[in-house]
Design a protein around this ligand. Structure first.
Ligand code: CAA
Length: 380
């Protein structure tokens, strides 16, 4: 198996490493402390082509593959996990379904500005009573001539407070269950779209989320993404892509926590020696590094599968499950290695610990990933 990177991937990696190290990392602690949306970093990501990495150049993107996207996501997230998720939502939850399911007109009107970073996107699937059970949609889109009239509430919508464009999943025929769900692309500044107050979160505090309310919001039929009744599949296929992005975000968080712990362990002395010379600490670090590499291999495998065009539901679920759980273990042990210093905000590991938690929850909890993986076993 050849694990070497292509010239394009190497070049992107070098560019993103420099951006992350010089421009993102110095701001991360303050952005988190102030729960401040990183507008200037989002503008820089647009300039650097990081908001539509896999979108072809003739549609305004960078025309690279999923592994390139994963490499960039890990770097940005290692510097600032909040900036990482803003980037991942735009790339994999918004550009990706428009690229896969959009008509030529939809690509021109909606995808191109998103891929170029002129507009920011959000993905609206979750509802107050439809989180893990994504088919239990109560937001309705009722056909009225050449339009749909949309009513309902969406929850925890990442990028919701800032988004210009949204992918919306709604029920068009309740009788049909998941086969009665359809997908739409919507103008977030349109009449009848209202944003709730910003969620006050444990981690990724510089990435904002909120409720979105639809009150008789009208969209023309031309804004339906894919066939009527195919929206659940659009949502699931979108999450297959999104979960790779979140795995890469988790890898970034884990790596940042590991690097902070390793460097601290090489300096801090107790009982007359550096703490890395105590086997308890050395073994913790060895396990952390090994687990991060294992998670990275699963993430790269899923990325290669996606680029090949093959269905990658299982691979995406596996890498998201593994990388998010590794990030949580690594961040927890990074605090343990730092002792009291790990518990205060002077050191970055308490932020990594808070940021890691969400990766086990959004885009499908760890329990949902296990259901997805086990369902493949059942099917044989
Ligand atoms: N690709 C294409 N089709 C798929 C699919 C996939 N990955 N997964 C399922 N389907 C199809 C099935 O083949 C089936 O098709 P048929 O009607 O032809 O039989 C249909 O969809 C229904 O499948 P299931 O019976 O498996 O559906 P289910 O209701 O049992 O649910 C689930 C499956 C995996 C639990 C799903 O509900 C799920 O993934 N839940 C988690 C939702 C989630 O991840 N939410 C995250 C919100 S987004 C977010 O977090 C964004 C953010 O802020 C960053």
């Amino acid at each position: 198996m050849d694990l070497s990177l292509s010239d394009d991937q190497e070049q992107l990696l070098r560019m993103v490493k420099e951006f992350a190290e010089r421009e993102v990392k110095p701001l991360a602690a303050a952005l988190d402390r102030e729960a401040r949306f990183p507008s200037q970093l989002v503008a820089r990501m647009a300039e650097l082509g990081l908001l539509g990495i896999e979108v072809p150049v003739d549609h305004g993107g960078s025309g690279l593959d999923t592994l390139a996207y994963v490499l960039a996501m890990e770097e940005v997230s290692a510097a600032c996990a909040s900036t990482g998720v803003i980037m991942s939502v735009n790339n994999s939850l918004v550009c990706d379904p428009l690229l896969k399911f959009g008509s030529d007109e939809q690509k021109e009107q909606w995808l191109e500005p998103l891929a170029a970073g002129e507009k920011l996107g959000c993905f609206m699937l979750s509802e107050p009573e439809a989180g893990s059970d994504a088919a239990a949609q109560t937001t309705v889109a009722v056909r009225d001539g050449d339009e749909y009239v949309i009513n309902g509430t969406k929850n925890w919508i990442t990028n919701g407070p800032q988004a210009d464009t949204g992918i919306l999943i709604a029920m068009t025929d309740r009788e049909q269950g998941h086969r009665g769900i359809s997908a739409f692309v919507v103008d977030m500044n349109g009449k009848g779209v209202r944003r709730g107050h910003k969620d006050d979160k444990l981690g990724i505090r510089a990435s904002h989320s909120c409720q979105i309310f639809f009150d008789d919001h009208r969209v023309p039929v031309s804004q339906r993404l894919g066939e009527e009744g195919h929206g659940f599949k659009v949502a699931m296929a979108t999450l297959d892509a999104g979960r790779i992005g979140i795995a890469a975000q988790a890898l970034g968080i884990a790596r940042a926590a590991f690097e902070a712990a390793a460097s601290y362990a090489c300096e801090r002395k107790t009982f007359g020696k550096r703490i890395i010379e105590h086997q308890a600490v050395a073994f913790m670090l060895a396990d952390m590094e090994t687990e991060i590499d294992a998670a990275r291999m699963l993430t790269w495998r899923a990325a290669v599968a996606k680029t090949s065009g093959a269905r990658h539901t299982r691979e995406s679920a596996m890498c998201k499950l593994m990388a998010s759980e590794v990030a949580n273990r690594v961040a927890k042990n990074a605090i343990q290695i730092h002792g009291g210093n790990g518990y205060v905000s002077e050191y970055p590991v308490e932020r990594h610990y808070r940021d890691a938690k969400i990766t086990e929850i959004y885009e499908g909890t760890s329990e949902i990933q296990r259901i997805v993986i086990a369902s493949h076993l059942l099917r044989g």
